[in-house]
Write a protein that binds this ligand. Structure first.
Ligand code: SF4
Length: 212
């Protein structure tokens, strides 16, 4: 995809959805961090279902600590890897209370020091909470970037860096959401919906001919 095509790609996605948002539900920075931590290898839908109950009981790190490991596990048991996630969430809450006055830190370094928070989660928090032009490459973004020719790369980090380099500055803050939503609903893993895709004119993908 050349520069002109990339401009067209994002202008088209922006025209269709000027203010793209995460589909995770949250009412505070802490709930955002917790929801993203819970969402690893799980659908946003499954996280929202469980987090509604969890956040009603424990909307702050201190209240989450009071709920305790068993209490958290009980509320999130419908989410994959719930035992590990409950442990990480509890450890993260302890650090937030002890080292950050119960607040979510704004620096990448401090975020990535929290248990269960890797580069991707930090990127989401920095982008959604603080409006930074980060690129949290998940399975959808990785696929769309490679398949379309937007920012091909063999690793998640390579794709992240290529996207940040190739996406025009005007689109960088929202690009992460446009790409996730595009991958989730149009450029789907098994069968991209090219016939109804608004950006097909600037996409490099060559569909395979049907098997005989
Ligand atoms: S044309 Fe097909 S492969 Fe290209 S972005 Fe659209 S859905 Fe994906």
């Amino acid at each position: 995809m050349n520069r002109q095509q990339i401009e067209h790609f994002f202008a088209t996605l922006k025209a269709a959805n000027p203010r793209p948002e995460t589909e995770l539900q949250f009412c505070s920075l802490f709930e955002l961090l917790a929801a993203v931590l819970l969402s690893a290898q799980a659908t946003d839908l499954s996280v929202n279902k469980a987090s509604r109950r969890l956040f009603a009981l424990a909307p702050t790190p201190a209240r989450m600590l009071a709920l305790g490991l068993c209490g958290i596990e009980q509320e999130i048991r419908t989410i994959g890897l719930f035992r590990t996630k409950a442990r990480h969430l509890l450890q993260t809450c302890a650090i937030l209370v002890e080292q950050h006055q119960g607040r979510v830190p704004r620096s990448r370094e401090a975020l990535e020091a929290l248990p269960g928070v890797g580069r991707k989660t930090a990127n989401v928090v920095l982008n959604v909470a603080f409006g930074e032009p980060t690129m949290a490459v998940d399975t959808h973004i990785f696929r769309v970037a490679n398949r379309t020719g937007l920012a091909p790369g063999k690793t998640v980090l390579a794709v992240e860096q290529a996207l940040l380099k190739r996406i025009p500055p005007a689109y960088r803050v929202d690009a992460h959401h446009w790409l996730i939503l595009h991958g989730r609903y149009v450029c789907q893993a098994r069968q991209p919906r090219c016939a109804v895709c608004a950006v097909s004119a600037c996409c490099d993908f060559q569909p395979k001919p049907p098997a005989r």
